[in-house]
Design a protein around this ligand. Structure first.
Ligand code: CS2
Ligand code: MN
Length: 361
C-alpha cells in the first residue's frame, strides 16, 4: 500500500507540507484545487501545486475531490457541458501525473454530522452524528450550523455558493429514484471512461456518508450490493472504488474486510477511519485503534495485506487532540497517530506473509 495524506492547499489548511514530511511512511499528497463543481481547473494552479508538492518529495498521484456538478447527478441536459468540463479536467490531471481521482455521487450534500467537536471521555473531541437531531433538523439549519462552526475553512463538499440554492436543489430530486440516480451515474461513467483510459486516470467513487438516505434524497453507494452494481456499470476497469471504512462502517450490516476481499483490485483508494456506533444509530469518530471503536481496524488492514493491496491509502478523519485548532477532522496529530497504527499493523502482516511464503517454498 502507498500511504498518502490529504492536504487542502496553502491557504486552506493549518497543516504544512513540512510537517507532513516528518510523518513516517507518507509518500504522496492527496490534493485538490478549491474550485466549484463544474469548473475547469486552471493549468497554472495545477502546475503550481505539482511543483510545490513534488518539491517536498511527495507524489501528486491522488486528487480528492473533483466534484461532480449537480446537473450531472440529476441527469439534466445542462449536465452535458459539465461532463465535457469533467473530461477536460481528467485529461489535464492525467497529463500532470495524477493516477486516481476520488469523487462522490451524493445528491446535494457530501458527508453529514450534527457536531464537529463532540467531547470524548479522554478530553479529545470527534465528529458526531446524532440521529435524533438529524431527524428534526431542516437541511437549511444544518448548513447554518456547519458554516458557523467551520470557521474560515471551506469544508470538502460544502461549497457554500451551491448550498445557497439548497431548497431548489433538494426539490429537484423529489422525482429522482435510486434507479434514476444509478442511471445518471452510468451515463456519466460511460462518457468519461475513454478519457480515463487514454490518460491513465482511475476513478474511485467514495461511499455515502452516512450510508443511508437523508432528507428523502436518494443514495446509491452505501452497501455491498450497491458497490457491485456500480462496478458492473461499465466494462472499463477504470471505474473503481474509494473504500471508506468509516463511512460504510456506520451501518453495522456492512462488513468492511469482506468488501475488501470481494472488490480487491477494483479498490484504488482506501480510507481508513474508526467510528464508535451506538445502539440508537448515533456514531462518533474515534481514534483509529480497534479497541476504541466499533470497527476492527486490525482485521481491515489484515484484509488489505491478504489481497496484497498496492493502491493508495490514507487515514481518514482524525479527532481533535492536544489543543490543535485545525479543519474539522483534518488535523495533523490524530491523523499522524492513525498512520503509525495502520503502518504498524501493515508491517506486521507483511512480515508474517513473507515468512509464510518462505516456509512454503
Ligand atoms: C470525506 C469526504 O470522508 C471523507 O473522505 O472527507 O468529503 C470525501 O472527501 C468526499 O466525499 C469524496 O468526494
Ligand atoms: Mn472517506
Amino acid at each position: 500500500m502507498k500511504m498518502v495524506f490529504r492536504w487542502f492547499g496553502e491557504e486552506n489548511d493549518t497543516v504544512t507540507l513540512k510537517q507532513i514530511r516528518q510523518i513516517p511512511g507518507v509518500v504522496g499528497i492527496v490534493w485538490a484545487l478549491s474550485a466549484a463543481a463544474g469548473e475547469i481547473w486552471p493549468d497554472e494552479e495545477i502546475y503550481h501545486y505539482k511543483s510545490l508538492i513534488e518539491g517536498y518529495g511527495f507524489n501528486i498521484d491522488v486528487v480528492e475531490s473533483l466534484n461532480v456538478h449537480e446537473d450531472i447527478k440529476l441527469g439534466l441536459p445542462s449536465g452535458e457541458e459539465y461532463i465535457e468540463n469533467y473530461k477536460k479536467n481528467i485529461e489535464k490531471l492525467g497529463k500532470a501525473g495524477v493516477r486516481v481521482i476520488c469523487y462522490n455521487f451524493m445528491p446535494v450534500f457530501d458527508w453529514i454530522r450534527t457536531e464537529f467537536a463532540h467531547p470524548l471521555p479522554d478530553g479529545s473531541a470527534g465528529m458526531f452524528y446524532e440521529s435524533s437531531r438529524i431527524n428534526d433538523i431542516d437541511p437549511h439549519r444544518l448548513v447554518t450550523i456547519f458554516s458557523k462552526s467551520a470557521k474560515d475553512f471551506i469544508l470538502p463538499g460544502w461549497d457554500m455558493e451551491r448550498l445557497k440554492h439548497l431548497q431548489k436543489l433538494v426539490e429537484a430530486y423529489s422525482n429522482i429514484t435510486e434507479d434514476d440516480l444509478l442511471h445518471n451515474l452510468k451515463q456519466f461513467l460511460e462518457q468519461i471512461m475513454p478519457v480515463c483510459e487514454k490518460y491513465d486516470v482511475k476513478m474511485a467513487i467514495h461511499p455515502d456518508d452516512p450510508p443511508w438516505s437523508l432528507f428523502g434524497l436518494p443514495r446509491i453507494v452505501r452497501t455491498k450490493e450497491h458497490l457491485r452494481r456500480i462496478l458492473a456499470l461499465t466494462e472499463s476497469k477504470y471505474n473503481g472504488l474509494a473504500l471508506c471504512s468509516g463511512s460504510l462502517g456506520a451501518n453495522p450490516d456492512n462488513n468492511i474486510p469482506e468488501m475488501i476481499r470481494e472488490f480487491g483490485d477494483r479498490i484504488y483508494f482506501a480510507h481508513i477511519r474508526n467510528i464508535k456506533r451506538y445502539d440508537n444509530g448515533d456514531f462518533i469518530e474515534c481514534s483509529h485503534r480497534a479497541s476504541d471503536g466499533s470497527l476492527d481496524i486490525v482485521d481491515i488492514v489484515q484484509a488489505y495485506s491478504d489481497i496484497e493491496f498496492s493502491g493508495y491509502v490514507r487515514p481518514d478523519h482524525g479527532r481533535q487532540i492536544w489543543d490543535e485548532n485545525s479543519r474539522p477532522g483534518y488535523g495533523l496529530y490524530d491523523r499522524a497517530l492513525g498512520i503509525m497504527y495502520i503502518l504498524g499493523i501493515w508491517d506486521h502482516c507483511e512480515k508474517v506473509r513473507m515468512v509464510k511464503n518462505d516456509c512454503n517454498k
